[in-house]
Design a protein around this ligand. Sequence first.
Ligand SMILES: [Zn+2]
Ligand SMILES: [Zn+2]
Length: 265
Amino acid sequence: MTFDLHTHHNRCGHAHGSIRDYINAAVEKGMPYIGISDHTPFFAETDDHPSPEASMAKSEFPEYIREVLALKQEFAGQIEVLLGVEADFLPDHVDLYRSILHAYPFDYIIGSVHDFDGVSLYDTSHWEQLSPEGKLELKNSYYSYIAQSAKSGLYDILGHVDALNRYFPGYDKLRTEMADYTLSTIAAHDTVIEINSSDELWVPDGWLLERALHYGVKVTFGSDAHEPASVGEYFNEIRKHLMEIGYREWAIFKNRERIMLPLQV
Ligand SMILES: [Zn+2]
Ligand SMILES: [Zn+2]
């Protein structure tokens, strides 16, 4: 059973193709499920569309939902289209996001940390000028954001946990007890983490996934596709990787309810 719960499209301003293009790509790959999960607008900003290259306008959000729901109906019987969203985790605005997102019939909500303590996930130059202690502190701060996002109870899935591994050289070598605290917090709040394949370096890595399994954290898959051709990318490789680690099932969501599918084909 192939699926992909993390896909974007042209509304966010940095992905290519329409929602229909992503669904068609999944149909061509014979996938029974495709989740559409574009970035949330910046709901906390007063401006309707403050960052056209980061996410859709606030006023566009209802139209996004309508389009996915219409396609869900149109493709019924051919592929199951799931309505999702990738919400930024912003600790100061969780209640605002919660009240807005709860008004829509999502199958699932992904929560992702993109900024923490004023640092962007992609800010390699900031990382490089830090001392070893500073780097460890930054990693701990990132983990504390992830743990807080799990505690918020707003999300079914946490997006690209450990994405810093892609941008911050040496990140994976820094061991911290915060990893254990974060994973046990995620497990305690019954939240799922995705294996994100948007880059050849999948995140999180095998080391963290082994610990995640130990703490009972459930997993899912998301390509984080920003082009239709990337839908389902590395699905089978990641499936095998998870089997080797010891996982036997992974999750999809319908109507905010978790359904576990066997990893074994
Ligand atoms: Zn994106
Ligand atoms: Zn993201």
